[in-house]
Ligand binder design. Sequence first.
Ligand code: HEC
Length: 264
Amino acid sequence: MKNLLLIVGLSVLIISCREDNQNDKISISKNTQNEMAKIGQQQEGKKLFKQYCMACHFIKPDPSKRDQMTAPPIIRVVQHYKGTHSERKDFVNAVVNWANKPNNDAVLMPGATRKFGLMPPMPIGNKKLEKIADYLFDANFEKFGNFKHKNHRKANFKQIEKQTLDTKDINQLHQAVSLLQKSNLQSPSAYRQMGEKVFKIAKNILLNKNYEGKTLQQIQMFFHQIEEDMHRLMSVKNNNEGEKYRKIVLKKLQKFDEFFIPKE
Ligand code: HEC
């Protein structure tokens, strides 16, 4: 009887072990399948990106090919888009909407628009665009190094003389500053709206065709060092973050009058 019990007990143990093993096997192979599907999608996204986007977008900035550049390097595009849309879904939507219909309202990189002109629409279908955007979201561009603009730009900045801007633009900028002075807003979305309004004002100045040469250069330099913070303000997730970026953008934007004066 004892022996029988032992045998039954052992076989139950063995069977349950086997089942466990089988479950493991199933779950491993499911994971592997998912992984493989993901890699497959990634590769398709990469292929589509090469096919449709790389005619104009290099992956990274390359000083030796500066003259051949007809669009911002994609590594910068991704930096800007991720800075503003940290969730995959938002990021993918933003890229898909953009590629279908590039327009000044949606521009996140007004410096690039000014330099290269607006991108032509790429209506290749949302499925393909989603795959491309998914690939861009995951692509590990870090391995190309961190391409933050160098600080030497900032150093030159101080020596430059004040540039004259349209009075309208100066007034708008002052409005943005007073907007940013409202502290302790109710919700993260109120901060995001604040960020959007301020960015829109900055964008209008950056895209104003009246400015050229030295003036345009100074405008681009000025906004360049705030751009990332404005994008962060446009995508804050809580009030603390909102306050943090509100203060940073305010502090930087308040320096505007040190660099620009209104036309008489
Ligand atoms: C014919 C050239 C060309 C092709 C092809 C092209 N782009 Fe662009 N793209 C540009 C230029 C020029 C800009 C910068 C000016 C601007 O923002 O409109 C740009 C900017 C962008 C931006 C940033 C827009 C912003 O907010 O300022 C995104 C995102 C982008 N491209 C995605 C894509 C994707 C995805 C593809 C492929 C489906 C693609 N582009 C193909 C020329 C191109």
